[in-house]
Design a protein around this ligand. Sequence first.
Ligand code: BGC
Length: 425
Amino acid sequence: MFLWGTATAAYQIEGAVAEDGRGPSIWDTFAHQPGKIRDGHTGDTACDHYHRWPEDVELMAAAGLNAYRFSVAWSRVLPAGRGQVNAKGLDFYDRLVDALRARDIAPVLTLYHWDLPQALEDEGGWMNRDISGYFADYAGIVAERLSDRVEWWITLNEPFVHLVYGYALGTHAPGRTLFLDALPVAHHQLLGHGLAVQSLRAAGAEQVMITNNCTPVWPATDSPADLAAADAYDTLHNRLFTDPILIGKYPDMSAFGTLDAVQDGDLATIAQPLDGLGINYYNPTRIAAPTTDLLPFDDAGITGYPTTAFGWPVVPDGLRELLVTLKSRYGPALPPVHITENGCSHDGLDDRFRIDYLDGHLAALAQAQAEGVDVRGYFAWSLLDNFEWAEGYHQRFGLVHVDFATQARTPKASYHWLRQHLSQH
Ligand code: BGC
């Protein structure tokens, strides 16, 4: 059965950051530092989903969705990241999973959507190799409790974005500005993924994948310098996180430095067989030769397309292009694909813009299927307007509007459109 869902992430919707024994995460720390988040917003309350989840599950059921991708907050389960387990944290997700199943909604659980327990950041965060093992221990603890009822397990969400925004540029938590010295974060996340797959399987998890953020890379021109820059960017954004997982080796990273963090046996651990590959697609990236010596590429920007409230270009065919490229790049090594996120930021309840966005991307997905790509699911980002990281509550990605003063939920036109669409599929 094709999975139709929406996707969310713990810190973006839950709130209740100091309730029932939850420990602080890097996002609590970061959001409370002045100047980090637009207008000083934080996820302290967010959509108050921690208390309002029954209403949110009903919204999904009423839309006719048959799957829901959510993330577990590591620091609810292990307040210090390792050691003492917080039973109340696990109980919360246990209740949510049961409620989803009672409504025939398949739970798709992401273990890590960027909210590292602060205690582990204090030990070096993902720059510290030991975090990979702690992540696998945490994965096993969650799976021991939920593997009998969770349909799909996703280890990491977008390790590329976490590497670049969190550790290289510092615009996301933990706010470190290591630039190219951040590369060990890529390897330690991938190692954590591989170790987590092993502990998930040992605890009875049946279907496991990772979610990568991928982008078609367009060279600005066909000059050799632009082509080389585009190739370097493709390597960093796409291949660094997918080659080791699917074909057991790193791409040539020489444009960026050396991957000193890799030890014997790591690649075999990383390349665990998977049941699926999660892909988050938002837009293509156009790349030109570098104009500084900081990085081996420049982002040349894309013009000539509609843009979302965030300013991101809307290029539905980029989704088809991406999927077809993955298939030709990896061949039989590519497992079935799920689009684990796709969506746009747009204001207003009458969101024709979002309807057109969804319609266009679903047509592109169907085209990719017609071209032979095995796609098994689509998750719209997002169910609710929520805490959009450094943008706070300014970017509204929800099918359902949230009034953050009252927490009232109001389905938008796009929600009704999707319900109608699903009733016909
Ligand atoms: C992330 C989401 C985020 C969305 C829109 C993805 O990179 O996984 O957490 O809200 O993009 O920016």
